[in-house]
Write a protein that binds this ligand. Structure first.
Ligand SMILES: [Fe+2]
Length: 299
């Protein structure tokens, strides 16, 4: 098998509001508009990823939590209705997903070889998590590229941010090695917001943008600090401060999806492309692309 590669990595947040505002046929609720800056950011990123012609999209999602080890999908197709438990009035989405089972199990084997516990989902009625479904829809709404989903081990919550980072590093390295051995062109998606403190009351019209803003200034400062480091290629330093960011900004990155992405990419020292930043019910969200073959500003 020829040498495969991770051709790009994307920080790909999953607020259901972005799908709701897009009105795709798969989603039942209808909207008027909303969160355009983030949706336009996804449009730009989508075109950039499509141009790379990937064979497979890999997702690490906070909403497939696993408390013991990591879970992987072992069947070639999953169909069902995905409902966001917090926003069921915004996201009721019918999905039909093709899985690259071969690569899924190759990553599983390499994670297991590092001493991590693993299990494989072989229940055809298993419901895929909405964090994966949403970012996959936003990156590839035509669903014509097979996917691999990796569950998010909860060691950062059980133990510490540092233990969580160690586990994400193991899985990130295993992911890169498996992709290289597969001969495939892979794009990795870290399905995650940045700062994640949010409002607890929703306006009568969910897409009424006169209510949308960051929850508080401290969160915004943290988000801008983190994005500045990404734009400067300072990902090693970003990993160093991630435990503090996770706590100070109540960041969704605590789950480890961004750590997994950066480790799998070999901790980039080249500038990332920030396609856009915006808030959703007060949380901070950015669509960020790392493509080593296309440094920022070289398009
Ligand atoms: Fe989430």
């Amino acid at each position: 098998m020829g040498k495969g590669s991770i051709v790009a990595g994307v920080l790909a947040p999953h607020p259901p509001h972005l799908v709701y505002a897009d009105n795709p046929p798969q989603n039942e609720p209808r909207s008027e508009c909303g969160w355009e800056v983030l949706r336009w950011a996804y449009e730009r990123c989508r075109a950039s990823i499509r141009a790379l012609n990937p064979d497979v999209l890999l997702v690490h999602s906070p909403h497939w939590p696993s408390f013991i080890g990591h879970h992987f999908l072992g069947l070639p197709r999953f169909q069902g209705l995905s409902v966001d438990p917090v926003f069921p009035h915004l996201f009721r989405y019918r999905y039909d997903v093709k899985v690259d089972v071969e690569l899924s199990l190759q990553i599983r084997d390499r994670v297991a070889a590092q001493g991590q516990l693993t299990s494989v989902v072989e229940n055809p009625d298993f419901r895929l998590d909405y964090g994966s479904i949403i970012c996959l829809h936003l990156i590839n709404p035509s669903w014509d590229i097979p996917v691999v989903l990796i569950s998010a081990n909860q060691s950062a919550f059980y133990y510490s941010n540092e233990v969580g980072a160690d586990v994400a590093k193991i899985v990130g390295n295993a992911t890169r090695e498996a992709v290289e051995a597969s001969g495939k062109r892979a794009v990795l998606l870290a399905s995650s917001s940045l700062s994640h403190r949010h409002f607890v009351h929703e306006p009568e019209i969910p897409e009424d943008m006169s209510f949308e803003r960051i929850h508080h200034h401290g969160q915004y400062l943290w988000d801008m600090k983190v994005l500045d480091m990404m734009r400067k290629g300072q990902c090693r330093e970003l990993l160093d401060i991630m435990p503090e960011f996770n706590e100070m900004a109540t960041a969704e990155t605590k789950v480890g999806s961004l750590n997994w992405l950066l480790e799998a990419l070999g901790v980039p020292d080249y500038p990332a492309e920030v396609h856009g930043y915006g808030t959703v019910i007060g949380t901070g969200n950015a669509v960020v692309e790392w493509t080593a073959s296309k440094p920022r500003g070289a398009q």
